[in-house]
Design a protein around this ligand. Structure first.
Ligand code: FES
Ligand code: FES
Length: 164
């Protein structure tokens, strides 16, 4: 028997022998995707954040046995093939990262926030963005989230114009 899911839109089939393995281990060691980071390993820091069926999820706590039929997206799968995600563009524009270690997780958390709430206020950001940054880039993260929200709004406006 195997456990089947998609990882960055590619079908993955994993032996049940690995059912107990945390997804973070699988992503880094088996799939060779090193953008998702190990920080605390106990669900506290958010460095390992990926999207599990579109929701920001800490992959160090998610075991392979719970993934049958799931869609998993890592930082490597966030962009369209040749276009960065608006959150990634905003991160670059604001120059958010310092050491960079936490940033893939921060970007995945921000992208899932904007997916659910395209115009978050300060308290929405506080509630959703619980990832830890030891370098203290929180002010720039907040600025980049607002910039990404503007970019997404413009993108949606252009799409609506094309359709009408
Ligand atoms: S490594 Fe998963 S939350 Fe810290
Ligand atoms: S940029 Fe260094 S931990 Fe966040």
């Amino acid at each position: 028997m195997t456990i089947q899911f998609t990882l960055n839109n590619k079908a993955v089939s994993v032996s049940e022998e690995l059912a107990d393995m945390p997804l973070l281990w699988f992503i880094r060691e088996n799939a060779g995707l090193k953008g998702t980071k190990f920080g605390c390993g106990i669900g506290q820091c958010g460095a390992c954040t990926v999207h599990f069926n579109g929701e920001a999820t800490r992959s160090c706590l998610l075991k392979i046995e719970h993934l049958n039929g799931a869609q998993i997206t890592t930082i490597e799968g966030l962009a369209n093939t040749d276009t960065l995600h608006p959150v990634q563009e905003a991160w670059m524009q604001v120059d958010v990262p310092q050491c960079g270690y936490c940033q893939a997780g921060q970007i995945m958390a921000a992208a899932s926030l904007l997916q659910k709430n395209p115009n978050p206020d300060e308290s929405d950001i506080d509630t959703h963005m619980t990832n830890i940054c030891r370098c203290g880039t929180y002010t720039r993260i907040r600025k980049a989230i607002h910039l990404a929200a503007d970019k997404l709004a413009k993108q949606n406006f252009e799409l609506a114009k094309e359709v009408s």
